[in-house]
Ligand binder design. Sequence first.
Ligand SMILES: [Fe+2]
Length: 360
Amino acid sequence: MSYKNFPMVPRVVFGRGSFNQLNEILSPKRLNPEAPFIFLVDDVFKNNNWLTSRIPLSYDDKVIFVSSAEEPKTSQVDELVEHIILTSKKRPSGIIGIGGGTLLDLAKAVSIMLTNDGETKDYQGWDLVKNPAIYHVGIPTISGTGAEVSRTTVLTGPTKKLGINSDYTPFDQVVLDSELVKGVPVDQWFYTGMDCFIHCVESLNGTYLNAFSESYGSLAYQLCKEIFIEDGLNEIESQEKLMMASWHGGMSIAYSQVGVAHAMSYGLSYLLGIKHGIGNCIVFDQLEEFYPEDVALFKTMKEKHKIELPQGICANLTDEEFDTMINVALGLEPLWENALGNHWKKTITPKKLKELYQKM
Ligand SMILES: [Fe+2]
């Protein structure tokens, strides 16, 4: 047995208003005046002067606004890398992702692809990256995905939805400023928060569980209950706690694995382009047989926050489409093995998955 030697984010700032320290943080990392910092920013902030006016730009630094309406794609990473190379005098000093999981994952992937040849799709998998990425910084503006702390960047490619898992993927620096999450709509807050809750459930109930994962996972699970079930937190406390829950949930799966909801959600997302957070919720809502207590808890939270999930999204799919979705889900073997043990293939058959998908 060989144990994972897991890289962690070496530097993190936590605090309300810490975004204002960005200039201090970045300045020593500037390689030279011709090597810009590239800020990839969620385009919901395009007309948000409160945030954009505080992005510290000098020399040839650039802001590129990116839509997070769709899940990030390998082709999108290739286009961004090409654009950055064509419009910069020198290789950038760093990439700074500002946004939710989509923007954070794009920033990680772009920083890797600026130093590695070929196309992004060639690196989907485990430990395929050869050269260290350029300096990259993650600044979440919504909490839950764990992308700020993870060793992967999940991308939809031409043939699969799979992350670039590598030691070079984690951020060099993360800025956790809870003030940045203040404008998030309730439904998005819920879906992304539930991504974190589901990370905890899948980690804590998985066969890969160990003391490392449990310590982070049980703490994040408690925080999720405080935030989504109990009353008594004010808005700032709630924002700060979800920020830390996201971090700890991400740390928990870093040393274990996710499970049934994630495997099936990737299928939905690959075929129908459903965003990760809401996809997880749609799947998890139907998983009583795998996670009975936590699905009940999830339904309570859903009611408390008056969230209505889309229904019947698989109602009109063809057999071929079901097969595509099922193949993506079944391909994620470590997730199934974590969820159900070595003999998972006995219970998880294409027929079984089709029955589950038909309920969604
Ligand atoms: Fe997730």
